[in-house]
Design a protein around this ligand. Structure first.
Ligand code: ADP
Length: 419
């Protein structure tokens, strides 16, 4: 049994009573206007009858004898003075007051009868809010593995189709539109976040499954024949080492992204020379990778405010990719400069396989690897550029990517010089 949504009766009661009070005040104003209109009409008719016209700028007042015994007796003594004339108005006043009392009684009866519908109307108005609360409760319960009307959190969130009204709240009420949009936006974001999280977990497990299977395969082979066969022994040890190195790198990268997602990846911000950083990365690359020709172009002496080790990691990722996707002997150029927009930039340009236009929008996606990249056995995980993007986003920077198939790729990181 699904739990009932939170009770909103007190809010409905408040809305209804506010409306009823407003209605009551409306009746009072209406009655006062009717009373005044009635009396002014009578006074105008009386003045015309006595003086033949309605004079301007004369004194007008009504007098009652306060010493009369009782309210109605006092009303009966009413005299209307206008200029030099006077007319008894007691009888008319009595009639008018009785008439107003009649209207008042009818109004009170109507008001009392409308109290019930007002309450139920308010309750009906709040129904969409209850529905929202109900849906949210169901989602939370499903998330905690409890039995709900929704099969499970995955189907619950997966069923939120931005185009359908199924898991969207739609009341058709103009005043609730803002709230509706906010909650629907939140539901969409929850769905997207959940989907991307589950995709991340399944991609991560998939990436880890392959090296584990390889290691297990070699371990089995060793157990059967390897102990005596030196060739199999060497091959197995080399493969196990390679796969465990790959796994180690993958786990490190996953941990980095997980810490980043949890906001637990601190940045140590300082002013430092981006030009020097690029010089160091260039030197490292030349030492590690003798297979490519590395060039360095420092156009400006660029100083930036950021986390030097994180930005160095970004430059290493770009260099590493350039090396992976560039044929041996080809040129890779590292640059540091200030661009036309006054941003502090560094870039890595290669003369490699390039990125296909269709892959361009995805290269920063987690675990994305283009088909040629997969078939090249580069040992890439598809996480390098995701990490680089996380770092650059943190520095409020952006990437500029230019790539032509079989010609090369240039990836530029642009950072605000001062944050
Ligand atoms: P990987 O570990 O696979 O290199 P990245 O996240 O660093 O993962 O890169 C994602 C994908 O972008 C790569 O698999 C490759 O297809 C493409 N890519 C990145 N840099 C380059 C480059 N310099 N040249 C060609 N393709 C690249």
């Amino acid at each position: 049994m699904a739990k009932k949504p939170a009770d909103s009766s007190s809010i409905a009661g408040q809305i209804a009573s506010n409306r009823q009070i407003e209605k009551l005040l409306g009746y009072l104003v209406f009655n006062f206007l009717i009373f005044m209109a009635g009396f002014i009409g009578w006074a105008a008719a009386t003045e015309t009858a006595y003086a033949g016209e309605i004079a301007r700028n004369i004194d007008r007042r009504v007098n009652f004898d306060n010493s009369a015994n009782g309210f109605w007796a006092a009303v009966d003594t009413g005299v209307y003075y206008f200029g030099e004339h006077s007319a008894e108005c007691g009888e008319f006043m009595r009639g008018l007051i009785l008439c107003m009392m009649g209207i008042g009684i009818i109004e009170i009866i109507v008001w009392l009868i409308s109290c019930f519908p007002a309450y139920f109307n308010a309750k009906r108005m709040l129904r969409p809010l209850n529905k929202m609360a109900f849906t949210a409760t169901e989602l939370t319960r499903a998330a905690h593995g409890e039995n709900t009307n929704l099969d499970d959190i995955e189907s619950a969130l997966g069923s939120i189709d931005p185009m359908s009204s199924d898991m969207h709240i739609s009341t058709g009420n103009r005043d609730l539109k803002g709230l509706e949009q906010a909650i629907n936006g939140l539901l969409d974001r929850m769905r997207d976040a959940y989907k991307s999280q589950s995709r991340f977990v399944s991609d991560a497990s998939h990436e880890l499954r392959t090296p584990i299977a390889v290691i297990k395969g070699y371990a089995d082979m060793l157990a059967r024949w390897g102990k005596s066969d030196e060739k199999i022994l060497d091959e197995s040890i080399a493969a196990i080492k390679k796969e465990s190195d790959g796994m180690n790198r993958l786990v490190e990268q996953l941990l980095f992204l997980a810490r980043g997602d949890n906001g637990k990846q601190p940045l140590a911000m300082t002013n430092f020379s981006l030009s020097d950083m690029i010089r160091e990365v260039h030197l490292e690359a030349e030492m590690i990778d003798p297979d490519h020709e590395y060039a360095l172009e420092i156009k400006d002496d660029v100083t930036v405010y950021g986390d030097v080790s994180m930005l160095k990691q970004t430059a290493r990722i770009l260099c590493d990719n350039a090396a992976k996707y560039t044929p041996k002997g080809n040129k890779i150029t590292l640059r540091a400069m200030i661009n036309g927009g006054g941003e502090c930039c560094f870039e890595v340009q290669d003369t490699g396989i390039g990125i296909e236009t269709k892959d361009m929008p995805h290269i920063f996606d987690r675990f994305f690897r283009s088909d040629p990249a997969r078939s090249r056995e580069t040992g890439g995980t598809g996480l390098g550029l995701s990490i680089a993007k996380w770092i650059v986003d943190r520095h409020r920077g952006h990437f500029e990517v230019t790539s032509y198939k079989d010609i090369g790729t240039r990836i530029t990181v642009c950072l605000p010089c001062k944050m």
